[in-house]
Design a protein around this ligand. Sequence first.
Ligand code: ADP
Length: 447
Amino acid sequence: MFKKILIANRGEIALRVIRACREMGIASVAVHSTADSDAMHVRMADEAVCIGPPPANQSYLLVPAIISACEITGAEAIHPGYGFLSENEKFVQAVQDHGLTFIGPDPEHIRLMGDKITAKDTMKKLGVPCVPGSDGGVPTLEDALRIGEEFGYPVLVKATAGGGGRGMKLARSAEEMKNAFRTARSEAKAAFGNDEVYLEKYLGKPRHIEVQVFGDGKGNAVHLGERDCSLQRRHQKVFEEAPGPAIDAETRARIGKVCAEAVAAINYAGAGTIEFLFEDGEFFFIEMNTRLQVEHPVTESIFGVDLVREQIRVAAGLPLSFSQEDLQINGHSIEVRINAEKLPNFTPCPGRITAYHAPGGLGVRMDSALYNGYSIPPYYDSLIGKLIVHGRDRPEAIARLDRALGELIVDGIDTTLPMFRDLLRERAVLTGDYDIHWLESWLERAN
Ligand code: ADP
């Protein structure tokens, strides 16, 4: 097992990894920008190294600085968290070239899944159901119009390098395709330096269902059921739950098996998430994330496993610590993402926290790097905390979430907390009867 791990991240996810390290008897190294000298991950780690000025591209994304920090401290492995360098194959290659271990999959798997066209192609060959669409890239508007006619509108134009909903445009008719095709390409070019796009049939009222998988890198893999992350704003998840209210045990076992077999077949190592749209009882693959997800705690809650510990074990060459049969669902879990944003427009709202009190009690977990007097810097993501609850069933989890939201105090800045109190009064949320468009239209109605 590793003696020392460096965490190439900040905020709640850095704390999450430090906690796993401590329980495993592994020393932790934090890295930070000058804006984060007072951050909780710096205080909580065994050692900390300042790696640059506030902008992420001069610190948290600066590969030579992170590798130097490993060499200075003697860290043997790097946990990337999510975001930043977690799905950057060049970073992983550099880490390995320096004789260090990357806690995550091989660079070739990151490359394979990072390009959405290759990802879809691979998944299709592995027997995973995909959204019907163009097979591969669509080079010209003429091709796009021809395929649009073939599939029938509405059609979604998507960037092969896409992420965070960028480079994605809806075309409801041939007329709209002209504009959608052009803007998706220029957006993709600007955001990712790659203007290749592909087409997908647009699904009208799907749920976002994602399957958690775990591989040992040697051809063995398991699945840990699904998460329903349909409640999204601008393609960003805000409320996630497991198990999915629309998925029964038989459906779970069926799609889970397909996913586990697919990642086993490519010798995938570590945690991965296979994302689907789910409509009328059918699954359609959209993408695979080759890292730990923000919402991983809901899966941990219902299976009683530590996914970060498992990532570290697999990276150290150990076998999976659970078999498919060991993985039994216990109860229901919900996570809400609390952002430093001002409602109703979700304007980023960094600033000083004058009072912070985390909720507690049975079945409540608060993953946050906040503390009294902390100043949230304006340079990074606005996620300031994740409130995760676990109950024996969905109604108990909802009641617990309502109770915990009432206990949570974050003073000094505006947050998205009030939205969750309101959401828990909505029938669709109480019954679990929602799709990926529900939250946006609810927000529109509320404004
Ligand atoms: P990104 O990587 O940019 O987040 P995804 O492919 O994961 O892009 O899609 C993000 C979100 O966009 C999905 O969760 C879903 O809400 C919506 N979406 C993607 N593909 C389709 C589709 N074919 N039909 C309808 N909605 C879609």
